[in-house]
Write a protein that binds this ligand. Sequence first.
Ligand code: ADP
Length: 243
Amino acid sequence: MNCLYSVNDIEQQYQGRSVLRVAQMCIETGEVLAFVGPSGAGKSTLLRLLALLETPTRGALTLSLDGVTYPSHSVPIDVQRQIAMVFQRPALLSRTVRANVAAGLRFRGERDTHARVDEALARVALTHLADAYPRTLSGGEMQRVAIARALVLQPRILLLDEPTANLDPYNVGIIESLIADQRQRFNTTVVLVTHNIFQAKRLADRVALFYEGELVEVAPKARFFEASENPRTRAFTSGQLVY
Ligand code: ADP
């Protein structure tokens, strides 16, 4: 199989406590994969590992791009730059929206960022707020700035940690359309953590359920929601597993 990420028997511990164990997982190029499961199940931990922000305590995580496979602890900077992560509570600079979106490009030493920033702002429907300051924005607008800041970098891998948590339907709609559009237009691989089972149904090709630090099952959406033989998946999709 052609895996963008391969997970091989990894474990993540914090202060000696095991919070995540995954025996095998292949994340395919161009797929939208949703991580679901109760709070504390290890979803964000795995997302941080995929973002290369941490390396697993044990086991192997590899990233394969353009025919080259890298262990997660030694991915070259230009390959790391193909990955963008949006955190659940994005930290924005106390500068204008436009400056926030341009920051990543500037950091990479790129000039003439104007047109790309304008395009990213248009995609998140924030053109009218380009000169506003984050403190004046709603939660949904701030989240859209964070997404524009990621998209402007044209990542091949987009990692989203609960991108629509606590947002109203208008903002959820904009963000979900963007995710679908990003995959369709650019074949970006998207991994998103979501508490919203309906969002997983709307957006994902495959769904992975985590429970108490274990990967319970990863399956194509239709099988996950309608034909899983795993008792815990069935409990989760029928709403019996509290989360
Ligand atoms: P989820 O995203 O499924 O809600 P997380 O991956 O955030 O779960 O957390 C899994 C477990 O790991 C939780 O018990 C959490 O408290 C713990 N944890 C996460 N990050 C850290 C950290 N940096 N240090 C210590 N414990 C952590």
